[in-house]
Structure formats: C-alpha cells, structure tokens
Design a protein around this ligand. Structure first.
Ligand SMILES: NC(=O)c1ccc[n+]([C@@H]2O[C@H](COP(=O)([O-])OP(=O)(O)OC[C@H]3O[C@@H](n4cnc5c(N)ncnc54)[C@H](OP(=O)(O)O)[C@@H]3O)[C@@H](O)[C@H]2O)c1
Length: 342
C-alpha cells in the first residue's frame, strides 16, 4: 500500500484513494422504540470526504440528544447507514493546530448565515460525524481552540452551547437585568443557557424534574429553581424552551405581556397545546432557534475564555466505552454534558 502524504490516506490499486478503517461510534440500524439497539462501537471505513475537506484528529467529542434522535431515524434515513454519530468535536488538524469543529455544513454555493441554508446539515446527518478517531470537514468549519479550554470543554461548545448562545443573544436578544426562565435545567442546552445568561447579567430561574438537578442548577448560577409547572413569584421576560410538550403551557403562562419564548427543541414531544389566545392577547413572541453560525461559535469560544465560563461536564469516558455514555443520556439522569475522549 502506498502512502500519499496524508497520515490516514492510502492508495489502493484496486479501489483508488481510500481511508483506513477508524474506531467509530456509529448507527448500524434505526429503531424508534429501542434506539440503543442500533448503536455500534468498532472499526469502520469512513466514506471518502468531498474534495477540499480537511481532517481533524478527534481528541474529545460530546454527546447530544441529537445522537439519540439519529438512532431513532430523525434526520437520518436508513439508506445513509452506517453513519458515524456525533456533532461536536475538538481536536488537532493536519497542520498541528488545536481546533473546535463547527458542525453546520452548508452547500458550497451558500453565503451568509449558515443556519439559514435550506440545504444545510449537521455532522452525522449527511456526512460522517465526530465519534471517531478522525473527522473530515470543510476548512471553514474549523475554529481555533484557545489553550485555556481543554479539549473536553471545547468539545461541548459546537452544538448545545452554540445553540444556547444563539437562542439568548441572537434570537431572543436578551438584555442584562431581565429575567429568564430555563425549562429542564439538567440538559446540555439548558445548563449552557443558565451559565451564559448568568455571565450576561440576567436573573436566571430554572425548572427541573429532579430535586438534585435543581440544587445543581443553583450551584451553576441560577438565582431560583422550581419544580416543573410551579407558580413563579412573578412573570418573566423570556422563557428558553427545549423540553416542548411537557412544559409549553407553563412557559406561556410564565411570561409577562410582551414576553418572548425562544425554542430550539422539543424533547418531550413536538405538538404542544398552542395557547393561541394567550399568544395574541398578551402579545407574546415565539421565536425558533437552531444551532449557530461559525462566527457565533468563535464569539462563544472567546466569551468562555474572557468570562471564565466553562461547560458543565457530567462525565468523560473513553470513546471505546461510548455505549455507557449513551445509556446515561437515554436514561435522562445527567446534568450537563457527556464527553468521549481518545
Ligand atoms: N435546534 C437545534 O439546533 C438544537 C440544538 C441542540 C439541541 N436541540 C434539541 O434540544 C433538546 C435538548 O437537547 P440536549 O442535548 O440539551 O438534551 P439532553 O442533554 O438530553 O437534556 C434533556 C432535557 O430534557 C428535559 N426533559 C426530558 N424529558 C422531559 C420531560 N418529559 N419533562 C420535562 N423535561 C424533560 C431534561 O430536563 P430535566 O431532567 O432537568 O427535567 C433536560 O433538560 C433536544 O430535543 C435536542 O434535539 C436542538
């Protein structure tokens, strides 16, 4: 076999340019009711990357609820299997630079806000994801990783934390001194919302189903915590939603006239009761938000360094032990992020 310069590329006389099998965490089949039955950990030939893409040696990659949705077939049709999972990574590029990987891949011709490209995807939907020794991405998707952030911390930023950043600062345009309610405090996005809103000078309230997670939310910087559905001491300016059906009614009822719900997910179900009368009579705004741009990721990285904000990491496990991390995520007994390392 003839090496052609790239540490993982070889010229195979019968197959042309190909990439050696790499340790991967991947979806082998889809199962809506038992998503972990389709999860595999083992050697896999990654598909050849589009020309011009660059490789990153993955040092850390974090799990997101998105990985469970993928195993259920949401955004991942069976004809794309096997698919390496994972949206987030931090690692080292072929030139030796420490980088954070922006997960949103746009059409080559797209210009402007990447999240608005109707043909966009995020890693592991159309292109191989980050739960592998190596991932390939367009060069523009690399953001410098400051030395102040560990690989594990940096690997939490590109999906959950970037989504929280855009929800707060771009979409809801929160202002210091206002009050934010975060539903479902324990999640990856929710813990990021609490930490970022605190750093930005908001009063932060949070709900969680778990007493222990409510306590941890207070330690993270929430000013007050409540059981789901509780009557609040007063109405809030903004509610940040990722839970969906289970909390939607409470979110609407918790808002001041003129208030805003910013929503990026619906873990408990996507068809909440609408509450339309309340929306128009109180002149509420319901704003959707998805992922974030490369520039927003760059600013988020700087914010974490400058304001000494760090992702909450529940645990870090070797990539070989990914199944245990997936079981914990699916069990819902997690506060913050789960990280795979190499
Ligand atoms: N649009 C986007 O770009 C984008 C980006 C990132 C995430 N998301 C979506 O946002 C959601 C959260 O993602 P994540 O990665 O943060 O998930 P995660 O870490 O698994 O967190 C799960 C969250 O769901 C809450 N929860 C689950 N079931 C619930 C129920 N029945 N009642 C109340 N709360 C419930 C948990 O709150 P407690 O346990 O504290 O009660 C926790 O906040 C997912 O649906 C994900 O797909 C969307």
């Amino acid at each position: 076999m003839l090496s052609i310069g790239h540490p993982c590329a070889e010229l195979n006389p019968s197959r042309g340019l190909w990439f050696r099998a790499v340790l991967s965490v991947y979806a082998a089949h889809i199962n809506v009711d038992d998503p972990l039955s389709g999860l595999m950990v083992g050697q896999l030939d990654p598909p050849a990357a589009p020309s011009g893409w660059v490789s990153v040696d993955v040092r850390a990659a974090s799990l997101n609820h998105h990985d469970l949705w993928s195993l259920r077939g949401v955004g991942l049709p069976a004809d794309r299997l096997p698919m390496i999972l994972g949206c987030d990574a931090a690692g080292v590029d072929a030139d030796g630079n420490e980088v954070v990987v922006h997960s949103v891949v746009t059409d080559d011709a797209w210009r402007g806000d990447e999240t608005l490209d109707p043909r966009r995807s995020i890693l592991s939907e159309r292109h191989a994801g980050t739960f592998a020794e190596r991932v390939w991405v367009p060069r523009r998707n690399l953001v410098p990783k400051p030395a102040a952030l560990s690989f594990a911390e940096a690997a939490c930023l590109p999906t959950a934390w970037l989504t929280a950043y855009r929800m707060l600062f771009t979409r809801a345009a929160v202002v210091p001194g206002s009050t934010l309610l975060v539903q479902g405090a324990g999640g990856g996005v929710a813990t990021a919302l609490i930490a970022l809103a605190r750093a930005a000078g908001l009063r932060v309230w949070a709900t969680s189903r778990s007493e222990e997670k409510r306590e941890r939310a207070l330690s993270l910087g929430a000013d007050a915590v409540f059981a789901p559905g509780s009557r609040l001491p007063e109405r809030v300016d903004v509610v940040a939603e990722t839970v969906g059906a289970a909390t939607w009614d409470h979110s609407l009822k918790s808002l001041k006239p003129g208030g805003t719900i910013v929503i990026s997910g619906a873990t408990s179900g996507g068809d909440p009761p609408a509450g339309l009368n309340r929306v128009f009579f109180l002149q509420l705004s319901v704003i959707g938000s998805t992922m974030g741009t490369r520039d927003e990721l760059d600013r988020l990285v700087q914010l974490c360094v400058e304001r000494d904000v760090r992702p909450v990491i529940e645990s870090t496990v070797p990539m070989e032990d990914a199944r245990a991390a997936f079981e914990a995520l699916a069990g819902g007994d997690v506060f913050g992020k789960l990280v795979l390392t190499r």
